[in-house]
Ligand binder design. Structure first.
Ligand code: ZN
Length: 129
């Protein structure tokens, strides 16, 4: 009896964990615009899955006519478009190439700013005086 009782909390925790894993979530489509109504009111799906709404863009407004479930499990690791090393999901470039690109953009920005100051000010002065 005492053995059974001591095992009980563990079993309860196990069942709870299982139900959490099996729990499904409900996603709602973006609201329709204009006179049309969404053909899909809601979708019940696995928490892992991502719902991709198929939206009809008619002249009377947008509405959802279908959906597709995209499993996140099959996601493949992407490679950096510059150096071909693996990147974090959702990123196009690795952190190194990203910072390089940012540096280059900043350099270009400051150069154009410097150029503008150099060319604009003398012109302004020559017109005013
Ligand atoms: Zn890279």
């Amino acid at each position: 009896m005492s053995l059974l009782r001591s095992a009980d909390p563990h079993r309860v925790r196990e069942v709870r964990g299982q139900s959490r894993r099996l729990r499904r979530v409900v996603s709602y489509p973006p609201p329709s615009t204009g006179t049309n109504y969404n053909l899909v009111p809601k979708v019940e799906h696995d928490p892992k899955d991502k719902v991709i709404w198929k939206i009809m863009r008619s002249l009377e407004g947008h509405f959802v006519y279908d959906f597709r479930l995209k499993s996140n499990k099959r996601k493949r690791r992407k490679r950096c478009s510059c150096c071909q090393s693996f990147v974090e999901p959702g990123k196009k470039k690795c952190l190194k190439c990203q910072s390089e690109k940012r540096k280059a953009r900043n350099r270009r920005y400051y150069q154009s700013l410097k150029g503008r100051i150099k060319t604009v000010f003398p012109w302004d002065l020559s017109i005013d005086f």
